[in-house]
Design a protein around this ligand. Structure first.
Ligand SMILES: [Zn+2]
Length: 280
């Protein structure tokens, strides 16, 4: 069932909703399949850096068909659109995306507010929801091997700034910096649950954690129990795919379809495991 960001987040306010970036229809189908299997809402995302590479405009009608065929509410999300990607945001909204992330976290505070507010006004006119970001998450979204030595150098999001940011922008969800990073961790991240609780105590919008791949199960549960309501998971899906490739370098009778079927099952298992974890 097609839903916007708010509808998905409101469909289960006690757990975090899994947001999985995809590169093709098989990955998207795996997300929708597990959402229905578990009876949980979900978000299918496309990272802005992949938008052109995977030919998102051609793919979107099929992604929406998968979403429409699902019983659970699912949003189609543009992940990490930057301040210089307003054209892509407009194109995504025209194509039918129901959720947009505007990442102005690299900008000075006032400029982040201004660009985010502009995107909120645009997206809301299409009925789509908007996620903003305050306090940069280290590493590059959609890059599998960024590493994350710098995760702890990024200052955690300040509660007073978060409150001001939310009230001035009208966003529907807020990504905060709590010690996680994009990509694969080279050392265990130190997550500030206090930051999550502090920000949650001053704002009503659902809080988002990026860079969940490699965070321990206990830390994910503690993050959800501290107030995280949307979790982005992507690098693990790539890792899973490459493990499959390396494990099957001699395909049975060159049966590529059999390989793809095994790949889909592996993605489904991983996505199910993550969705269950995000229940807290
Ligand atoms: Zn991210």
């Amino acid at each position: 069932m097609r839903a916007n960001l708010n509808q998905v987040l409101l469909a289960n306010t006690q757990a975090a909703i899994g947001s999985f970036n995809v590169l093709d229809l098989d990955m998207a189908q795996a997300v929708a399949n597990r959402a229905d299997h578990l009876g949980l809402p979900a978000i299918i995302g496309i990272a802005s850096r992949h938008f052109d590479v995977i030919k998102a405009p051609l793919l979107t009608p099929s992604l929406l068909a998968i979403i429409d065929a699902a019983e659970q509410p699912i949003a189609l999300h543009l992940d990490h659109a930057g301040p210089d990607q307003l054209d892509m945001i407009r194109q995504a909204l025209e194509l039918g995306f129901t959720s947009i992330m505007i990442d102005g976290s690299q900008l000075p505070f006032a400029e982040n507010i201004a660009i985010t507010k502009q995107v909120v006004e645009l997206a809301h006119s299409y009925g789509a929801g908007v996620e903003g970001e305050l306090g940069a998450v280290a590493g590059e979204e959609g890059v599998a091997d960024t590493g994350s030595e710098s995760a702890e150098e990024i200052p955690y999001t300040q509660a007073d700034e978060a409150k001001e940011f939310v009230s001035h922008t009208g966003i529907d969800a807020l990504a905060i910096a709590v010690g996680t990073a994009h990509g694969i961790y080279t050392q265990s991240p130190h997550i500030s649950f206090e930051t999550i609780r502090d920000v949650k105590s001053v704002t009503d919008v659902p809080l988002v954690m990026h860079g969940a791949t490699g965070v321990t199960d206990d830390d994910i549960r503690a993050s959800v129990n501290s107030g995280i309501r949307k979790i982005n998971f992507f690098s693990g899906l790539l890792q899973c795919a490459m493990d499959q490739v390396r494990g099957h370098n001699e395909c049975d009778n060159n049966d590529y379809l059999a390989f793809k079927a095994r790949q889909t099952v592996a993605w489904q298992d991983l996505i199910e495991e993550q969705m269950l974890l995000y229940k807290g």
